[in-house]
Design a binder for this molecule. Structure first.
Ligand SMILES: C[S@@+](CC[C@H](N)C(=O)[O-])C[C@H]1O[C@@H](n2cnc3c(N)ncnc32)[C@H](O)[C@@H]1O
Length: 227
């Protein structure tokens, strides 16, 4: 039988949720990965191709534009942004994940930070010309997602872009197991937070078995446009 690569993560998530600690299991999982070789199911150790694909729908950015990678895990997406000449800040709630980013990329130009999306430095609001969010919302329970979407939207500078990817489902389909897919209506919440959708795709990826994904680019209106 093929071992379930999500088993440890799902067990930790289920326990944390029952105990009312929905943000605590990430650090536990990264520590188990470091100390016991547990599988971190989302850690492919390459930039996420479901998101890098989206950059073909964006304008060319001038070098050294500030970019933010939300919940960076082991850092591959942040390093991809740095290699594409962004000035990158990347954060994660799990100190062990951030320590691993620094260990893996000792010469990195990325500013790796331990931070909670729900208590991020205020100075980040409106600062980033490019924000990259993938797969974080789908590991948060639905009741935390509106707050997360508000926080992520606030990071985007006027005229800046958000690239986004998550698992997708119909509203009448079961929520399923972690990672819990989002509905189209949840993704549309970004547009209630001052962003306009410039690209959206609902598709099945090339995984085995294929997973249904939503991916999108959003843009925040600049001051002239919103006047
Ligand atoms: C499913 S992983 C996705 C990692 C990465 N974004 C990717 O696309 O591969 C979710 C990540 O979100 C982090 N995370 C969860 N809640 C967070 C929060 N409130 N603030 C910051 N990071 C958080 C976890 O530690 C984990 O690294």
């Amino acid at each position: 039988m093929i071992p379930d690569k999500r088993a440890v993560a799902r067990a930790l998530a289920a326990k944390a949720l029952v105990e009312g600690r929905p943000l605590d299991w990430f650090e536990s999982l990264y520590q188990k990965a470091r100390d016991e070789g547990a599988k971190v199911p989302w850690a492919d150790m390459v930039p996420n191709p479901n998101v890098t694909h989206l950059f073909k729908f964006l304008p060319k950015f001038a070098p050294l534009q500030p970019a933010l990678k939300v919940a960076c895990g082991y850092g591959d997406d942040a390093e991809w942004l740095a290699a594409h000449e962004f000035e990158v800040t990347a954060f994660d709630i799990a100190p062990t994940a951030i320590a691993e980013c620094r260990r893996r990329f000792p010469a990195s130009k990325v500013n790796y930070v331990v931070a909670d999306l729900f208590a991020a430095p205020r100075i980040w609001n409106g600062r980033f010309h490019l924000v990259w969010e993938s797969y974080t919302l789908q590991v948060l329970p639905p009741e935390l997602r509106p707050g997360a979407i508000r926080a992520i939207s606030q990071f985007v500078a006027p005229g800046g872009y958000l690239v986004f990817a998550a698992r997708g489902r119909e509203a009448n389909e079961p929520k399923g197991l972690m990672p819990w897919p989002l509905t189209r209506a949840e993704v549309a919440e970004f547009t209630a937070c001052g962003l306009s959708e410039v690209f959206f795709e609902d598709y099945f990826d090339k995984e085995n078995p294929p997973a249904r994904r939503f991916r999108a680019c959003f843009r925040k209106l600049d001051e002239v446009e919103s006047a």
